[in-house]
Design a protein around this ligand. Structure first.
Ligand code: GLC
Length: 546
């Protein structure tokens, strides 16, 4: 295939700037820090960076509350720093994809200030306002994602506004054509500066019908996405990724199907949320169910086999560290980190590596609420303790699934503050940084970085990894992930033991192959067929003829 878009052979790397690398000593990561670490990304073979928000922001939701889309938060740097990041990354073959947070702004955005000051301001209709309910209270009892009511009273205009996430994140009114034009102009302004795409935050919310109570995947979503595509990305060689917590296997092709002219890929969470508690969500952890996990991962591979495109990931800035959640962050930390990477990276789609994942960074263990920093954790803490959940039980749940787990500073070396800052870090550095850090891992030829480097190269170099047909196997096996990729008489077989036990199993004929070992973490194998015994957390990939 000669017309393969670059993002189908590239691996992405997500940078959450606050915790990446600090060069000023204020304890907060910054853009010059990202530039200083570009050699690490280039060495891994990363094709593009998804940069979480660096825009001006009061940082109530760590940048997902933007007060100026065309400026940079001073603690992160300047527009000139951003331009330098774009060009220095490009020199190393790395493109920059920015975060687009347009379901809402910050309540400190000039639009919202004007909107809140007067009903007559043109910006008033950029947001979602409703009169009080019959009793003078909020129009509905809708709850915000981060806890508390979703409607907030604005005395100045005598109306309530919608903040679906929090009162500091007022929802934009996408029904207003002038608002949509303003967003398109802003996107074009960034494209013209040289960025290579956008990861679109909670994009499935923008078509909402508030009065009908339809928020996710509302009636106008696809009209707005195709209008946006025509106004911004059309004719440019850029990547658009739609984050959605509601997209299903059935609706995904509507976003990223060929010919839809909306988005290039979806970033969906069904394999993650399927593990959550049906009633208490992520705050009440449940034992990991590998069969359900495979049902989602394999099902999404099959649903987008011929049309649409998957993103491949287990963690990001909203999720716990994958080696703690799905692997073993004790005895088998290194091997299980490689095992998880192998089974994810060799599927069809575009893999995303979240900062620190490539050295097997782990969850942090907090004991007190004052160690946490995330507003979601605080909001749910208020709600759950009011509902009778014990403090210790809440902290235990937050330690398993809370967002701060992935937000502790990247561990660059064994020294003070893991080399992240010379000052006081804004959130604690994980105490295990003496062992778990980039410098130490890189010094090992069999380190986790080396394993990722190889997986990333396999995607770049091999058509079967990019486009081979996916075939899942052993769907009901409780601890092994096994699948094959097929392309023009070639077969790539992948097997991973997601447990700390030795496992003996029969490899089904549909997957069996002998040939060359492309990847392993516990000793090479040139054959995956017949009866096989896998070591704890062993993962292997073998390429041969079918
Ligand atoms: C997305 C972001 C998350 C943010 C939320 C609201 O899910 O990834 O970090 O809090 O949207 O913008």
């Amino acid at each position: 295939m000669t017309d393969t878009p670059w993002w189908q052979s590239a691996t992405g790397y997500q940078i959450w700037p606050r915790s990446f690398c600090d060069t000023t000593g204020d304890g907060i990561g910054d853009i010059p820090g990202i530039i200083s670490r570009l050699p690490h990304l280039a060495d891994l073979g990363i094709g593009f960076v998804w940069l979480s928000p660096v825009y001006a922001s009061p940082q109530r939701d760590m940048g997902y509350d933007i007060s100026d889309y065309c400026d940079i938060a001073p603690e992160y740097g300047t527009l000139a720093d951003m331009d330098r990041l774009i060009s220095e990354a490009r020199e190393r073959g790395i493109r920059i994809v920015m975060d687009l947070v347009v379901n809402h702004t910050s309540d400190a955005h000039a639009w919202f200030r004007a909107a809140k000051a007067s009903r007559e301001a043109p910006e008033h209709d950029f947001y979602v306002w409703r009169d009080p309910g019959p009793d003078g209270g909020p129009p509905t009892d809708l709850q915000a994602c981060f806890g508390g009511p979703a409607w907030t009273w604005a005395e100045e205009v005598g109306q309530y506004y919608l903040g679906y996430f929090s009162p500091h994140q007022p929802d934009l009114n996408w029904q207003n054509p002038a608002l949509r034009r303003a967003i398109h102009d802003m996107m074009t302004w960034w494209y013209d500066r040289g960025i290579a795409g956008f990861r679109m935050d909670v994009i499935s919310l923008i078509g909402k019908d508030v009065d009908a109570g339809v928020f996710e995947e509302g009636p106008d979503l696809h009209r707005f996405l195709s209008e946006m595509h025509e106004a911004t990305a059309a004719g440019r060689d850029v990547l658009t990724i739609g984050e959605s917590w509601s997209v299903s296997r059935e609706t995904a092709p509507l976003y990223c199907g060929r010919g839809r002219r909306e988005l290039d890929m979806v970033f969906q969470f069904n394999h993650i949320t399927r593990q959550w508690h049906p009633e208490h969500g992520k705050w009440r952890p449940r034992p990991f169910d590998l069969v359900a996990f495979k049902e989602e991962l394999f099902g999404w591979q099959e649903a987008l086999a011929d049309d649409g495109w998957n993103s491949l990931f287990l963690t990001n800035h909203d999720l716990p560290r994958q080696v703690s959640k799905y692997g073993d962050d004790g005895q088998w930390r290194v091997r299980s980190a490689k095992c998880l990477a192998t089974v994810i990276h060799l599927m069809k789609g575009t893999p995303f590596v979240y900062q620190g994942e490539e050295i097997g960074m782990t969850n942090i263990r907090f004991e007190r609420m004052d160690q946490f920093r995330d507003l979601e954790t605080f909001g749910h803490h208020r709600a759950q303790t009011a509902a009778g959940v014990a403090e210790a039980e809440f902290v235990a749940g937050a330690n398993v699934n809370g967002r701060d787990n992935s937000r502790t500073p990247v561990q660059w070396g064994p020294g003070p503050n893991a080399g992240f800052t010379t000052g006081t870090p804004w959130i604690e550095v994980n105490a295990n940084h003496d062992l778990v850090n980039v410098e130490t891992d890189r010094a090992r030829p069999d380190g986790i970085v080396a394993h990722y480097r190889r997986l990333i190269a396999l995607r770049r170099d091999r058509e079967i990894v990019r486009h081979g047909r996916f075939e899942g196997a052993l769907r009901d096996h409780p601890s092994v992930v096994a699948y094959a990729r097929h392309l023009q008489g070639e077969r790539l077989a992948v097997a991973g033991n997601l447990s700390g036990e030795w496992v003996t199993l029969d490899i089904p004929a549909s997957v069996a192959v002998s040939g060359a070992c492309l990847s392993h973490n516990a000793g090479p194998r040139t054959e995956l067929s017949g009866r096989v015994t896998l070591a704890p957390w062993e993962a292997v990939a073998v390429l041969g003829r079918a």
